[in-house]
Design a binder for this molecule. Structure first.
Ligand SMILES: Nc1ncnc2c1ncn2[C@@H]1O[C@H](COP(=O)(O)OP(=O)(O)OP(=O)(O)O)[C@@H](O)[C@H]1O
Ligand SMILES: [Mg+2]
Length: 693
């Protein structure tokens, strides 16, 4: 018979079975003997009979409960009851009956136009209720996303009549996404696709002369995304470590050392808590307050110096050292002696002027007080009126040189005020000497000097070529209206391992703090997406009992903060990882949407099952066998868990992570020449390649 002559109306009976048992997680269904085997014609058009992870409906008073098939099998049961005449002479032998288990997912409701989905199940079917297969239209509505901004098509759903799958960026990026799967399963392509398809959808939705005002910052440890975004509206800003002269198309990656906060400094220098960390913090505070800004004017130098004296004397006074128990007064006297010598030195460089007189007065006072404490058995104690007098005279001189109270406000050691790292190291050295703890600082200073002077590192963290914080944010986060492009790709592949965690931690923290401040200032959110590839290397789980701040722990903590608070400020995370079980559980549990590719490892599968929010039934059992490019989308951005066949990315738009070409090299199709000497020379030279930071 010609298929077009089939009268589908005659065949239309959507019921395929009845409910046999119900529990909140699983509903067992007995399939009718006449239910179709493979191709179902009862939907009006031939459709594949639902298979594992396909959908069925259970009509009820609220609409229809959507169930996902998690098991189909045959069980031997009593011979089914027959209608009509019964032959009483026959013995009813066990009869193979088809059954299936389904996991309830949500409710499908009829609307004026089509259907809508409600998450969650509040009304369960009862035993004996009918189970029907959805029509084509219903299937499409199950995977269709009715969210207002669900404009980004990421693929099609093979188990739902190949209906298109749309996502809403507000939901997808607003509450963080994790793309998980084994190596080669298609994660990077999905990440690149989510960004590309988002921007393409925005372009389709705005006037042709306008550009998307979007911001994506991609932290790319393998350097795969260098060319991936060519051809989408604006230019991609590419940052990487320069290898040699003459390369173009990118900017040198810069995360200058002054951007680091005191924890980051402590972790990279492995500073110990007792002596080194307080000194490091003190030195940083001095830098942040620009007490050592390089200046040619002696007058300014005097003003800055007197400012530090004022702060110091206030601290000494509040500690009570000038009149405290031995050896505090002695140490205080020695401090005064050092101050007096410095003042004498400054006086030698100052021309005669009215303000000089004030400094001379201070000098004379200090000389007199020191004189009183010289001799064979001096008493070092000061009384409070003497200390007040010193403070008064310092302030007079400070004012004489143009200083005011405002200058004395002390900035915290963590504010990102630029300073030169060599000045910092020298100051720290001097501070160590002054506080007689230089023996504790030797190793730390050596480490610092090594890090700061290695050319491979100083090109990234060096402070020689100035970049202001404003410049940095404009470059890495983007300018007003994304004038300089929507995407920044930070290629981390050549960043030396010693500093890679600090570099990533600092970038993530500064980006988060900047976006946070944007909201504070404007009361508006600045939607920005931070993408972290190979996230298990940077956002790894750590032992919370251990107090040490290792750079990798700081890095995880930077991202944990974003995962917990980013949503309030419009900063979304897009993570990709092949080892979910090694990821920080805090970050993973804050991800509300998951795109799961093939995942073979048991531990990873178990972990993912624990973190995913929906009642998933068995769809996750498919994880180990998913083909490349297919993924399960679930969570906040998907109304029900959906198996998605991701859109095809053109070859030139795919991240560049080719498998090694063993065969072609072995057979000589591709040339490879080896010159180890060249490599060794470069390798061994690196240590000597010191440069002034
Ligand atoms: N959406 C897609 N369109 C076209 N090809 C794809 C797509 N997804 C995956 N592929 C193919 O699969 C290959 C591997 O994908 P991809 O590099 O994204 O894997 P991965 O999961 O990121 O692996 P790794 O963990 O090693 O980085 C790609 O080179 C590409 O050929
Ligand atoms: Mg990848």
């Amino acid at each position: 018979m010609n298929p077009s002559e089939i009268n589908y109306d005659d065949l239309r009976s959507l019921t395929i079975g009845t409910v046999e048992s119900v529990s909140p997680r699983e509903i067992k269904v007995l399939l009718d003997i006449h239910a179709p085997q493979n191709t179902a014609l009862n939907t009006g058009t031939p459709t594949l009979f639902p298979k594992i992870n396909g959908y069925v409906l259970l009509p009820n008073e609220a609409g229809a409960l959507i169930g996902m098939i998690s098991w189909i099998g045959i069980e031997h049961s009593d011979y089914p009851k027959r209608k009509g005449l019964k032959d009483f002479d026959l013995v009813d032998l066990p009869f193979p009956l088809r059954k299936m288990s389904i996991s309830p997912l949500g409710i499908l409701k009829r609307e004026d136009k089509g259907y809508k989905i409600e998450r969650g199940v509040y009304s369960y079917p009862s035993v004996g209720d009918a189970v029907v297969i959805p029509t084509y239209e219903q299937l499409q509505s199950i995977v269709e996303n009715k969210d207002e901004h669900a404009k980004i098509k990421i693929g099609n759903s093979p188990l739902a009549a190949n209906g298109p799958v749309y996502v809403d960026p507000d939901k997808l990026f607003g509450r963080h996404v994790a793309v998980l799967g084994n190596t080669g399963s298609g994660k990077s392509c999905s990440v690149a696709g989510l960004i590309r398809w988002s921007l393409e959808a925005v372009k389709d939705g705005i006037a042709p002369d306008k550009k998307p005002n979007a911001r994506f910052i991609i932290l790319d440890p393998n350097g795969e995304y260098t060319k991936t975004f060519d051809g989408i509206s604006g230019k991609t800003r590419l940052f990487k470590v320069a290898l040699g002269e003459g390369e173009t198309g990118y900017e040198q990656l810069k995360v200058p050392a002054w951007m680091w906060n005191s924890y980051e400094w402590s972790s990279i220098t492995q500073a110990s808590g007792k002596t080194q960390r307080p000194l490091l913090r003190q030195a940083l505070r001095a830098m942040r307050n620009q007490m050592f800004s390089v200046t040619d004017s002696t007058e300014v130098e005097v003003k800055i110096f007197l400012g530090t004296l004022l702060t110091s004397i206030k601290i000494e006074k509040s500690n009570g050292s000038p009149w405290g128990s031995f050896p505090k007064p002695k140490n205080f006297t020695e401090k005064i002696e050092k101050w007096q010598k410095s003042i004498e030195n400054l006086l030698g460089r100052l021309a005669n002027s009215s303000e000089r007189i004030k400094l001379e007065e201070l000098n004379t006072l200090l000389e007199r007080l020191l004189n009183d404490r010289s001799g064979k058995y001096p008493t070092y104690e000061f009384d409070i009126s003497e200390v007040n007098l010193i403070q008064e005279k310092i302030f007079d001189a400070f004012e004489g040189f143009g200083g005011c109270e405002q200058d004395l406000l002390v900035k915290s050691e963590d504010v990102p005020v630029p300073f030169k790292s060599d000045v910092f190291v020298n100051y720290l050295h001097a501070l160590g000497k002054e506080s007689e703890s230089s023996q504790y600082l030797d190793y730390l200073l050596m480490r610092l000097r090594t890090i700061l002077s290695d050319t491979r590192m100083s090109s990234i963290i060096g402070t020689k070529t100035g970049i202001s914080l404003t410049d940095w944010l404009e470059k890495y986060v983007g300018k007003n209206k994304a004038e300089n492009g929507e995407i920044a790709v930070v290629d981390l592949s050549l960043v030396p391992p010693d500093i890679i965690h600090i570099v990533v931690a600092v970038m993530a923290r500064i980006i988060f703090e900047a976006i946070q401040r944007y909201k504070r200032k404007t009361s508006k959110l600045l939607p920005t997406v931070l993408v972290m590839e190979e996230a298990h290397n940077f956002i790894s789980r750590y032992n919370t009992d251990n107090e040490e701040f290792s750079p990798s722990r700081l890095c995880s903590q930077s991202f944990e903060k974003i995962a917990k608070e980013g949503r309030k400020f419009g900063l979304g995370l897009l993570l990709s990882s092949q080892r979910p079980s090694e990821l920080s559980p805090t970050v993973l549990s804050q991800c509300n949407t998951f795109l799961l590719h093939r995942l073979v490892n048991d531990r990873d599968q178990e972990l993912v099952k624990r973190f995913v929010p929906d009642n998933l039934g068995s769809i996750l059992n498919e994880l180990p066998v998913l083909p490349t490019k297919k993924a399960i989308l679930l969570g906040w951005a998907a109304p029900v868990p959906i198996l998605v066949d991701m859109n095809e990315l053109k070859k030139e738009h795919r991240p560049d992570s080719k498998d090694p070409d063993f065969w072609d090299v072995w057979t000589g199709k591709e040339e490879r020449t080896i010159n180890w000497k060249e490599i060794v020379d470069e390798w061994q030279e690196e240590g000597d390649n010191v440069d002034n930071c």
